[in-house]
Design a protein around this ligand. Sequence first.
Ligand SMILES: Nc1ncnc2c1ncn2[C@@H]1O[C@H](COP(=O)(O)OP(=O)(O)O)[C@@H](O)[C@H]1O
Ligand SMILES: [Mg+2]
Length: 294
Amino acid sequence: MPTEEILNLEELEENLDMRIECINLIKRTDSSSIYLLMNGNGKYILKRSLNGDIIKDYKNHETVYKIWESCKKDINFIIPKPFFCDIGSEWYLMEYIADANNLQDMVLNKNSANLEKQFNHVGNVLYQYHQCMTLHVRSKRKEFTEHNTLKSVLSSKKKKMFSDLLGHFDRGTYTIIFKDFKPSNVLIDKNNKIYLIDFQNIHYCAPFYYDIARFIDSLEVSTLFRSPLFYFLNRRRINRFTECFTKGYSEFKINNGLLNNARKMHQIEHIFMKKDKGHSTKAILLKMFYDIGV
Ligand SMILES: Nc1ncnc2c1ncn2[C@@H]1O[C@H](COP(=O)(O)OP(=O)(O)O)[C@@H](O)[C@H]1O
Ligand SMILES: [Mg+2]
């Protein structure tokens, strides 16, 4: 696909005040296009939103980056540096993570080695993210039930079921959550350094179990939808990955009953999320998967 069709290079150069030598589309997701951009000084990632405004993501990314900078000596993950948001708020520029893959692609790639160890580290990284963000995000905190999708859940016939499940979590389990913590938002480079990306929501408070539940459900669903045969042949391996991830979060803190509750809550929300976005076929497939527990 020629880049010119999507981005106006002259406008981009003027906006960035740099000469661009080369720009390539390297990933396309449901909500964004990710470009690798090169100029005389180096390589950058340009993230372009397909659903309009990206300013909120950029501002969140800046906030997380600043918090990360203040506690980076005590933690072992990295946040790519955000550089610049377009005047029209359609795209933003950030540091390019070289020689890295996202964890979801690594799972599907037969040649990936040491994945159990990586999942264990990623669990620990999530624990560190929760600690660090809960300490530093003081203003603008929101209850996760204020999120639009959860508002839809709570005004539907699932309200009682969802509220009963949520009622099992005491306030001591609440942290600032990542909200969209899933394997495709975790990058690992060739030196096994772990990077977190994609900060759509950084102010929500919820039981920490929520992020663990979303991560496990997303790993299963994305693997199944992207490669059903691989999923069925590797179910045991995938279960081991989730065990390593959960252990990495905390050997002692996880109560399996509460984790199951969090997964049921997330699964209800996940189906609503697809419905609200107008993806009704995906919503039906998800419901089937979650009901049958394939
Ligand atoms: N800074 C980066 N360096 C290298 N690859 C990246 C970077 N940011 C994103 N990617 C790649 O693009 C994919 C999608 O990026 P992401 O920000 O998660 O988009 P979306 O919000 O659409 O999910 C990632 O899984 C990763 O493979
Ligand atoms: Mg993402």
